[in-house]
Design a protein around this ligand. Structure first.
Ligand code: SAM
Length: 262
């Protein structure tokens, strides 16, 4: 039987009781039909992953009695994804895929051609949590409130390198650009920025290029949809700079692990 893996806010240590959210309790009890004592795995982004056993409380609630630690906490690469919000289904897709691809921060950016006004941060966070549970991550990316591009750039953190996906042919192909990075650049914190369906305005590309330690790159000869460009850029960066450089750990994981709602 697959073991459910759940993100919780509570601190995790042997012997404590971690409360389940209402949605998690419902999912475990009535969707997965888990009984008292069933094994669950918990992580909170700080304390690693722990084995726990389900304790049913009354008709609806549940908690998890924490046992031993299964995996020590490990960090994801210090990588931000700055992306112009796009329409609902595809922005959910970006949150899910960026989580699977190890992003630490999801930063929606409002640009001149951004067609979407409102971003449901709570829904993006729920997508990110669900993806983190499924992908065996030990953390959930931080989902930030949307910010105008000029404000983002005005407060750009010193030392964070910026990879601009520039569809106007303003930069070298991504592969040689990343292959040519020196050791200091590879070890630095990074951000990747992808524009909206309508692309970046020329003035925005100029403002982006004024950031110190910036690399503008092309993602091949075709114009990609914004969500495709996010995946392509993240995969290239992870493969050439990030943690895809390490062998896949032998995760003692039950690949039938089911993911739970938050
Ligand atoms: N302006 C075009 C349009 O309206 O169809 C393309 C915009 S594209 C859908 C959205 C974003 O994806 C771009 O702003 C860019 O960041 C990225 N992108 C798409 N294709 C790309 C490519 N071939 N090279 C670099 N970036 C690309």
């Amino acid at each position: 039987m697959s073991v459910s893996r759940l993100f919780v806010e509570a601190d995790l240590a042997a012997g404590i009781e971690a409360p389940m959210s209402e949605a998690q309790a419902h999912y475990l009890r009535h969707v997965m039909r888990r009984a008292e004592g069933a094994e669950v795995r918990l992580f909170n982004g700080r304390d690693g992953e722990w084995r726990a056993t389900l304790a049913l409380r009354g008709k609806k609630a549940a908690a998890a009695l924490v046992g031993e630690r299964r995996r020590a906490q490990s960090a994801e690469p210090d990588l931000w994804l700055c992306f112009a919000p796009i329409k609902r289904a595809r922005i959910d897709y970006i949150a899910e895929k960026a989580t699977e691809l190890g992003v630490a921060v999801l930063q929606p950016v409002l640009t001149q051609h951004t067609a979407v006004e409102r971003v449901n941060i709570e829904r993006l966070r729920a997508n990110a949590i669900e993806a983190a549970e499924q992908t065996e991550r030990l953390s959930v990316p931080e989902v930030r409130a949307p910010i105008e591009l000029d404000r983002l750039l005005g407060g750009w953190p010193a030392g964070r390198r910026l990879l601009i996906c520039d569809e106007t042919g303003g930069g070298p192909p991504i592969a040689p650009a990343l292959a040519g990075l020196d050791a200091a650049a590879r070890a630095a914190p990074w951000a990747i920025v992808v524009g909206p369906e309508g692309g970046f305005a020329q003035a925005e590309l100029s403002a982006l290029r004024r950031i110190k330690d910036v690399v503008a790159v092309g993602l091949g000869p075709r114009i990609l949809r914004a969500d495709t460009a996010v995946l392509a850029a993240l995969a290239c960066w992870q493969a050439m700079v990030g943690d895809w450089q390490q062998p896949t750990p032998r995760l003692a994981v039950d690949f039938r692990t089911s993911k739970a709602p938050v």
